[in-house]
Design a protein around this ligand. Structure first.
Ligand SMILES: [Ca+2]
Ligand SMILES: [Ca+2]
Length: 210
């Protein structure tokens, strides 16, 4: 009883502490919106975008798909941290043809380390035009459901728990050794870099069903 009360108090304090620290935010400015919008971007979608990136500090352009990428737009999957967090946050609910200017604080971009032409602690500004949306081969939702500890990768334990739950849902009894064979074959196929985990990226790009 005493312990439960203490735990509850600790949880409350943790919430209060978190509320005091402002979360870094992405500023979104819609520059152009098409008249017709059949569909808006959501997590797990694949997005084709043209973009230019600038340093807020001095206006230097560090990348432009119009120039640096042979004029080709680039594909990425929204919401799986394939790109910087600022993009995952700043490119939701976007229509094809829409143009946005997003301002991304360093904490949601390349942070204290910086990267290549981007110095440490840089706030970045992107002009982004959405060219196309496609369904991601696997949904973000199912990945999150399997990723029990939210570390953006699936361990064998997590996949084992998922398989067990799926089998039970469909009324099958679980044969432990069959199960381990299945688990090994899944990891053989999906864990492309063989680090013992299926990352969000590995999960999203492989087309076979789990
Ligand atoms: Ca995990
Ligand atoms: Ca892996």
């Amino acid at each position: 009883m005493m312990m439960a009360a203490l735990l509850a108090a600790a949880a409350l304090l943790a919430c209060a502490g978190a509320a005091l620290i402002p979360e870094p935010e992405v500023q979104i400015q819609v520059l152009e919106k098409p008249f017709l919008c059949k569909r808006k971007t959501k997590y797990g979608d694949m997005l084709l975008v043209h973009f230019e990136g600038f340093l807020q500090s001095n206006g230097t352009r560090f990348h432009s798909t119009y120039v640096d990428n042979n004029g080709q737009p680039v594909w990425f999957t929204l919401g799986i941290r394939e790109v910087i967090k600022g993009w995952d946050k700043g490119l939701k609910d976007m229509c094809v043809g829409e143009k946005r200017k997003i301002t991304v604080p360093s904490a949601l971009a390349y942070g204290k380390e910086g990267k290549g032409k981007i110095p440490p602690d840089s706030t970045l500004i992107f002009d982004i035009k959405l060219m196309e949306i496609r369904n991601g081969p696997r949904s973000h939702e199912s990945f999150q459901e399997m990723d029990l500890n939210d570390d953006w990768k699936l361990s064998k334990e997590e996949v084992r728990a998922y398989l067990k739950a799926e089998f039970e849902k469909h009324g099958s009894t679980v044969n432990e050794s069959d199960h381990e064979v299945l688990l090994e074959s899944i990891f053989e196929k999906e864990d492309e870099d063989s680090d013992g985990y299926i990352s969000a990226r590995e999960f999203t790009y492989v087309h076979d069903e789990l």
